[in-house]
Design a protein around this ligand. Sequence first.
Ligand code: SF4
Length: 851
Amino acid sequence: MKVNRRNFIKLSAVSGLFVAGASQTKPMLNAFTKNTEAAAKNEPQGEWIASTCQGCTAWCAVQVYRINGRATKVRGNPNAKANHGHSCVRSHLALQQVYDPDRVKQPMKRTNPKKGRDEDPGFIPISWEEAMDIIADKIMDLRKRNETHKFSVWRGRYTALNGILYGNMPKIIGTPNNVSHSSICAETEKHGRYYTEAYWGYADYDHENAFYELMWGADPIASNRQVPHTASLFGKLKDQAKIAVVDPRLSTTAAKADEWLPVIPGEDGALAIAIAHVLLTEELWYKPFVGDFKDGVNRFVAGRTVNEEDFEEIQTYGLVKWWNIALKDATPEWAAERSGIPAEQIYRVARDFGRAAPRAISFMSPGSNMVVRGGYTAQAMAALNGLVGSADNVGGVICGGESCPVNSFPDFEKYIDSIAANGNSMPRADFGGRKLEMPAMNAGNSGGIKPTNTIADSILNEDPYSLEVVMSYWTNFNYSNQGTDRWDEALAKLPFMVHMTLNPAEQTHFADIVLPVPHHMFERLSAVRGSNGNLYRHCHIQNEIIESPFDVRIDETEVPWMLGEALERKGFSNLIDYFRNEFVDPETGKKPTNGKEFNEIATKIYTQPLWDPTIEKQGDVINGWEEYKKIGTWNSIPYRFRQKWNGNWGTETGQFEFYSETLKKALEAHAERHNVNVDKVMEATNYTARGELAFVPHYEPAYRVGDENEYPLIFSDHRSKLNREARSANTSWYQEFKDADPGDEAWDDVAKINPIDAKKLGIENGDMIKITSATGSITVKAKLWEGTRPGVVTKCYGQGHWAYGHIASLDRKKQIARGGNNNTILAPVHEALSGSGARHGGQSRIKIEKV
Ligand code: SF4
């Protein structure tokens, strides 16, 4: 490595190159200590600079207080409407991330060719030039063999500029294998909305005007993506509305709710279907939206079929079919047997929910439907908004509307040569669509989703071929996917992997090249476009607020630029030609000459419609690029309700669909692709539905891995209000305040067991226990807690890092984790219709033993 003066100063400013000496000392929480000497001398006290938090997918506009070149505080950006000018508690943890002494500080390469958890990678520092040359050689080797499809880009947390590294670059190199992390997180809830009202995305909620909120596994004042929006209005909501939370765990929101329904994990669908049954039998559906019987006489009587001709629908389609196929026998008493919730409570919630129509919200979250058989559960939860007329209505749920007016990146087709075209035409490595058992349908398209967790199987089985060269950024797939052990095996088998990462992580341990990246909130310029929040669309800026103390390059732009230059040196100039020729500064007309300029020009191209006052749009008018960077956000006008009413739902019928012709068409297309019928698709995807049941929201019994006799308890995974997508575990604030999660403890990782179960097992508070599933085992501390439903063990996701840093681990050098990673005991199963990882719904049975 060439150590120049800049590098030397940077490297001297922090302790160690990569892994400093192990220490278990708890750092002091003194980051905000006042500099009284400076204040007394009246020295400049700094300024607030706009940026964006990406601690979760809310993507809130924030401001960072910079003083003497250092970021010291974070707050919500008062100019932002989607998050009410507020940020949540997790945003502050970013300060400890950016100054984490465990961060990767310069490029490194592996010297030990053997890979495995027990192998020391033997990383040594190298220059950026050497790193790029090594990667370029690997890509050129694939080109020589006409096998560029064996190149792959894996994407974790990203910004609007991902269209370069993740979108266009793989096509120019010649691979269909750009794989996102998205299916790990949330696709099933999108499935529910798409097959009722043709919206593939996250919903927004009109809390301001709601009178009832029924939250399915959602904890939106703590860990859901809607935290600043919901928390800002929660007091008002408590005054004017009733809140019911369905969750096997007493979450932060459940503790403040009017009703807590501690459901048996994975049985939420029974509740949703029974609530629909009550709404119909008790004539509580919202007639101005749904319609009515032609003679005004309600024929929805438990156990009886209804003649379709007798009912006239207005905004909806297929209500009577739905009733006849899936609802007529689903009484609260029937649901009580399956869900573990008393029938009286189901009646009460259903009636209160119906009486609040149309200002009644069915609010679903991944916890309720990222479940093996959760696709129809998500559909049922979305359909409830149709029954009470809150879909696209005041006090209800917003699914869709126009998106932010931003530009695409320049066309790249002419830079795809014949070798790349051949690579692009090869089948994908993931299983989406090409396997009968994995329809993975994004917006109705078989294989529209790339199921992330199937990549491990693809590598292990060389199915359909072996990936050889991977560039992966802001990922940690052998930590964040279920079935972590098989990911370790797959990564050990992978011939060459580049890991672009903030912290050395579990995935880094298997890397050949490690590249340090800037922290998105403080160290790079970019933009982030969010979905609706508080009725506003928005696109925020990320500013380079501080000079990074480390030798970082921007993953999505500077790295592809340097790689383009390296490929050019080796005889392939298409990538750098595309960047040099097609990206033109919309203000100055200049073309980029280096990666930094490329990054700025790409950001300006993408956001131009937002800051160029001559471009018409419905929202803030901003006078130029510099003003946009300063304000930090663009807000649209507020959403206008009922845009989808009267035939604009976008479904096959144009109506809000209870009987989903849209899903029928999608399933039939996937079945045809594999020369089978829809029943075979149901069978292959672990669903029990056959015939017409496959096209309506219906109850599916919970799917569990592990024999009940051997594994008597059900494991339920949940989120923390402090997790920045599991990247904050190496901050002392995360550990110190971990007890902010109900039932959890500071500096620890606990499995929460109901005292009734603990007594039977002879387990006491604080005992160390081994939790074993059919997939793996972890050892953690037992916590006796009434907030967990009997028969269930709940545990927060986010601990169990063995290679993330000295705070995240008990002993980083010996790879001793603090607690256990839930993904080690969760089976690698999917909700296959959406291609989503199915980590919830009590998918794994467990046994626990004292150790
Ligand atoms: S963690 Fe999520 S909700 Fe909280 S401020 Fe950041 S982006 Fe917003």
